[in-house]
Design a protein around this ligand. Structure first.
Ligand code: ADP
Ligand code: ASP
Ligand code: MG
Length: 415
């Protein structure tokens, strides 16, 4: 008997029929003698609908109130799933995040989990019940509901698996694993049987939304075995076959079966670039520009500072598109104080990244990437690299072309 956490995403919970399928699948695992905690997301489209309602009332809704609304989709899901399990004769109980309790900080809309009290959940499991816990939400130290950012149910599930020392966290979704890139963009994308934790962390943080990046961080910090697999298969398929399907996130590079130089390509459409022109080039320039941006809680990604000409330089950085207007406002506010000439920006840029641990032992990956983009006539606006990834910022209209061309150039469709 093992303790296993199942997470089901929006499409997997997308209709009452799908929820009945989830119940059958969960019951199958429970019947095999396992203790099961289920973490569902809201039904597909529901979180967008809820946030849309808030935006009809206000352009900049109060984050606490936004979380109050956005978190409700998951509450509907857990109740429906508990009922679906009851209907097939399984004992099941549902909890909202605050009832467990899943404690978070107070950074509404992007809260971080601080602790999870598993006493109640363990007692229910020991009494033979399936326990269903809302994804995406927790409660802060003042009793306020806080959400974990879009896609946060992945993080809820892995964090619960870590806190309870579960033997595995199974992330059921609408694709049958992690692919070399988003299969909706490149139809030749290939499923990976395993992906190293480091690669998955890069892919997720560079935009592959198949897993929220914080969930991968949790998996790494607590060594939680995570598998991504399909919820759209026959729920009654043989358990052994299902348990071996999808993509396993592995912690050992040796077990990385597909020893390719590049394992995957990630992209993020929602980038924006800001340049502050004619800044006096003296010690502290980066601090004086980026300090106020950080104080406004805006995350900065790529950064470049140009060669200085006659004591003046230009400074460019990227932020997520949702924070573009706010970041421009911050810079307009400090422009005169730091003696800059002007601030310009472009909110129609995207980032494309190639990722692979094999890059450590291979030279020429960057040149192949840049050659491929140049052959397609795609101009590179910014570049950033780490040991296992190379990212480029490009005009958003070339993003899909770039991903397809790179997928082909690195032979990713071939096993
Ligand atoms: P869920 O609702 O189950 O959390 P998401 O929509 O958040 O599902 O994530 C699954 C989606 O991630 C897939 O439908 C796919 O379009 C997208 N995706 C992006 N990159 C990848 C990748 N490398 N492998 C598989 N899916 C990917
Ligand atoms: N329902 C939330 C969202 O749409 C959380 C999740 O799906 O993981 O972002
Ligand atoms: Mg998701």
């Amino acid at each position: 008997m093992a303790l296993i956490v199942h997470k089901y995403g929006g499409t997997s919970m997308g209709s009452t029929d799908r929820i009945k399928n989830v119940a059958q699948r969960v019951a199958k695992w429970h019947d095999a003698g396992h203790q099961i905690v289920v973490v569902p997301s809201a039904m597909s489209g529901e979180t967008n609908r809820l946030i849309g309602l808030a935006r009809q009332i206000s352009d900049s809704p109060d984050p606490r109130e936004l979380d109050m609304i956005a978190s409700t989709g998951e509450q509907v899901s857990v109740g429906l799933l508990a009922m679906a399990l009851h209907a097939i004769g399984k004992e099941a109980v549902s909890y909202a995040g605050w009832q467990v309790a899943i404690k978070t900080d107070s950074a509404f809309t992007k809260a971080r989990i601080q602790s999870i009290d598993d006493a109640k959940v363990r007692a229910d499991l020991d009494a033979g019940k399936v326990v269903i816990i809302t994804g995406f939400q927790g409660v802060d130290g003042f009793g306020n509901i806080a959400t974990l950012g879009r896609g946060g149910s992945d993080t809820s599930a892995v964090a619960i698996a870590a806190a309870m020392k579960a033997s595995e966290c199974l992330i059921y979704t609408d694709v049958d694993g992690v692919y070399t890139t988003d299969p909706r963009v490149v139809s030749e994308a290939r499923r990976l049987k395993t992906v190293t934790f480091e690669e998955m962390l890069e892919l997720a943080s560079l935009g592959s939304k198949v897993l929220q990046s914080r969930s991968v961080e949790f998996a790494g910090n607590y060594r939680v075995p995570v598998r991504v697999l399909s919820s759209l298969t026959d729920p009654l398929m043989p358990l052994e076959e299902e348990a071996d399907s999808g993509t396993l996130i592995s912690f050992e590079e040796d077990s990385h079966m597909e020893q390719a130089v590049i394992s995957g390509i990630a992209f993020n459409r929602d980038e924006a670039k800001i340049t502050i022109l004619g800044v006096p080039d003296k010690p502290g320039v980066a601090y004086h520009i980026l300090g106020p941006v950080a104080d406004a809680n805006i995350e900065v990604d790529m950064i470049i500072q140009n060669q200085s000409v006659e004591g003046k330089t230009d400074f460019t950085f990227t932020v997520s598109r949702g924070e573009y207007t706010k970041a421009l406002g911050v810079l307009e506010g400090i422009k005169d104080e730091i003696g800059a000439a002007s601030v310009i920006g472009d909110a129609k840029v995207s980032k494309v990244s190639v990722v692979g641990v094999g890059m450590r032992s291979h030279v020429g990956v960057a040149s192949q990437m840049f050659r491929t983009l140049s052959e397609e006539g795609i101009n590179i606006l910014m570049i950033s690299t780490s040991e296992i990834k190379i990212s480029v910022l490009i005009d958003e209209k070339y993003m899909e072309l770039a991903v397809r061309a790179l997928h082909k150039a690195f032979d990713l469709e071939k096993a």
